[in-house]
Design a protein around this ligand. Structure first.
Ligand code: DX5
Ligand code: ZN
Length: 236
């Protein structure tokens, strides 16, 4: 046993990690966003906003005007997952619309340093996202400049897909990377998350859990949030 790093201590650190639940509005009723948000608002830390351009991913979701309307009805942290070909292009506008943090795909911006700088200059938190097929190594050199690292557990573009458990080793790698370097980045997992796999995601090291259909598709979204949180906290 390494006396400087006993297993008991690691366990305590994992337990102390604060879990954030980030419902994805993509699965909400777009005609009633204010009500959908109000239902879960008191029980979650972040709201996840999936912006898609029909080019980087084969789907179109929503953009700036909708985000402005969302900002007007909630004080929650707005986490904007940008799935567009040129994610740097609208950062000032997204900031103005009220977004708190943006995440961009390494597949869209292979050298994201300039995009990260642009985000910071606009007052935004910044993070990088990797698709299921992209190795962690693709973002490793940039992680020290990230507030959040996002591991996709489905192919981006659509809600309601099945969780890909094969990405969990990548979550472990990301967690190990930030802990070993004393970085404060959150590790987010996005896609197919629900009470049945939140425990595995949490024990692999994810502390921000995005859930769309499992929350807004549930009869009782608050119960779903509580179940996801309990599973992630207890690693079960
Ligand atoms: C997929 C999006 C996800 C999606 C998650 O491109 O990035 O955020 O909304 O939805 P569920 O939880 O239904 O997989
Ligand atoms: Zn997303």
């Amino acid at each position: 046993m390494d006396p400087a790093n006993p297993p008991g201590l690691q366990y305590t650190q994992a337990m102390a990690r604060s879990i954030k639940i980030a419902p994805s509005l993509l699965a909400a009723d777009f005609a009633r966003l204010d009500r959908e948000i109000a239902r879960v608002e008191k029980y979650v830390e972040w709201l996840h906003l999936d912006v898609m351009d029909g080019h980087f991913v084969p789907n179109i979701s929503f953009g700036i005007p909708v985000i402005e309307s969302v900002r007007a009805v909630t004080d929650l942290y707005l986490d904007c997952h940008i799935m567009t070909t040129n994610p740097g292009a609208y950062l000032p506008e997204l900031a103005k619309a009220g977004v708190d943090g943006v995440t961009v795909h390494i597949e869209a911006v292979p050298d994201p340093s300039e995009t990260a700088d642009r985000a910071r200059r606009s007052g935004l938190d910044f993070g990088l996202v990797v698709n299921p097929g992209t190795p962690f190594d693709a973002i490793a050199p940039f992680v020290e400049n990230c507030d959040v690292v996002v591991i996709m557990s489905v192919e981006p573009g659509f809600g309601g897909q099945d969780f890909k458990g094969e990405v969990l080793p990548k979550v472990e790698k990301a967690r190990e990377w930030v802990e070993n370097r004393g970085l404060a980045a959150d590790i987010q997992i996005d896609g197919g998350i629900g009470p049945e796999n939140a425990g595995a995601a949490g024990s692999a090291g994810a502390n921000v859990l995005v859930a769309g259909s499992a929350v807004f598709g549930a009869e009782d979204p608050v119960l779903a949030v509580k179940e996801i949180r309990r599973a992630a906290e207890r690693n079960e």
